[in-house]
Design a protein around this ligand. Structure first.
Ligand SMILES: Cc1ncc(COP(=O)(O)O)c(C=O)c1O
Length: 415
């Protein structure tokens, strides 16, 4: 019997039940920190997922870009399977035979001397903040406890107490105080605002080259280059959070490549684990990451052999350039399809590679309503900040599938 006829999940899964049953159990026993669309996914392959009723959807969120290579990429699954049966965890109390080769290929991919592996994106951001402060005190000679870090309005860098301390999203921020001091918020994309906030005790500027959760917000042309120049001139670390924008999403390996800019530190996550496993890292040169000494930072799981094996395979996929090319080529098709919708239900469309932010026109469907209409048409997407929806399909989608997305958005706007 097939899932279509029984409503059960595919072979190998122990969960059985209808959409309603799964939603009820999840809502009853799991805290309500998300507001998901009412679809219960049971399996995924490539750009497609199948729900417990057997209905197929094109996944246009791709795990917030963690699934750049699609669901269950055969090469990644095969490598993970091999490593699962060989060695999964040693802790960093010992060396393992996977971490060195993974660190080497990731250092090569980023063009940096070394990497520091962690697990979730937020942990990698925390790592970058700690490294920046330490570098400030030990290399730049900032007086004790005086370091400041410049961050951008509309940022999203994760959910830890320190990170939400400098979030201007009230829902993410409020009632978690007391907050971590030492951050200055400036206007995103405004180099004068960054310059005005800098002083002798500024150790880093933390930014997203394109703001993902903000709604695929692209800074003005030249901002990244100006930021590079300013940071170099003022001896301040330029720290690029490429957790969502990096690893081929924008048609280049890193979004910073779009302006041919090299930051002092890359923060990576999401797609680094191929959608199979949480793998994150920061990458920088020895004069920066060298401030980390034994015991000064760590994680039980960071750099474990399973994570390293998967991350290594992801770097192999990226080294081919195929995914960057696909994102660039198919992104042009996506842009060409979506642009004519401006003025016909959309106020603005921003596209970089296979990453699109669509601002819906007030008075029409909200972002959430549009996502619900898309879902009825077999497309899964997610709104951000109410009136914007983000499209980030796996980079393995085909031209036909891009056209399906455009057709579904067009229909949904006029439904
Ligand atoms: C730019 C950016 N930084 C950091 C994070 C946090 O990553 P994680 O959810 O893995 O902690 C995210 C997650 O969406 C992100 O988009």
């Amino acid at each position: 019997m097939t899932p279509e006829t029984t409503g059960t999940t595919p072979a190998g899964s122990t969960a059985v039940g209808s959409t309603e049953q799964h939603i009820e159990t999840t809502e009853r026993y799991a805290a309500h920190n998300y507001h998901p669309l009412p679809v219960v996914i049971a399996s995924g392959e490539g750009a497609w997922v199948t729900d417990v009723e057997g209905k197929r959807y094109l996944d246009c969120l791709a795990g917030y870009s963690a699934l750049n290579f699609g669901h269950s990429h055969p090469q990644l699954v095969e490598r993970a399977r091999q490593q699962l049966g060989t060695l999964t965890l040693t802790s960093r109390a010992f060396f393992n035979d996977q971490l060195g080769p993974f660190s080497q290929v990731l250092a090569e991919l980023t063009g940096k001397d070394m990497v520091l592996p962690m697990n979730s994106g937020a942990e990698a951001v925390e790592t970058a903040l700690k490294v920046s402060r330490r570098w400030g005190y030990e290399v730049k000679n900032v007086p004790e406890d005086q370091a400041n870090i410049i961050v951008m309005e509309g940022n999203f860098h994760g959910r830890t107490t320190t990170i939400i301390s400098f979030s201007d999203d009230k829902v993410a921020h409020d009632n978690y105080g007391p907050y971590t001091p030492g951050f200055r918020t400036v206007r995103y994309g405004d180099i004068d605002s960054v310059r005005a906030a800098m002083d002798d005790f500024t150790v880093a500027v933390l930014f997203e080259p394109i703001q993902g959760e903000g709604g695929v917000v692209v800074p003005p042309e030249g901002f990244l280059r100006d930021l590079r120049d300013l940071c170099s001139e003022q001896n301040v670390l330029m720290v690029a959070d490429e957790i969502q924008s990096g690893l081929a999403r924008t048609g280049t390996t890193f979004a910073c490549d779009l302006e041919e800019v090299v930051p002092d530190m890359y923060i990576l996550g999401k797609a680094l684990g191929g959608g199979l496993y949480p793998v994150s890292a920061v990458a920088a040169n020895t004069d920066v990451l060298g401030v980390i000494t034994p015991g000064s930072h760590g994680s039980t799981f960071g750099g474990n052999p399973l994570a390293a094996a998967i991350g290594h395979e992801v770097c192999r996929l990226l080294a081919t350039g195929e995914y960057q090319d696909r994102a660039r080529r198919l992104g042009e098709r996506l842009l060409a399809g979506l642009e004519p919708l401006v003025g016909k239900g959309l106020d603005e469309v921003r596209v970089r590679g296979l990453w699109a932010g669509l601002d819906v026109t007030p008075g029409g469907p909200t972002g959430r309503e549009l996502c619900e209409r898309l879902m009825e048409r077999g497309i899964l997407a997610k709104d951000t900040h109410g009136m914007t929806i983000r499209l980030a399909p796996p980079l393995v989608i085909t031209e036909d599938e891009v056209d399906q997305i455009v057709a579904a958005v067009t229909e949904s706007l006029s439904a």
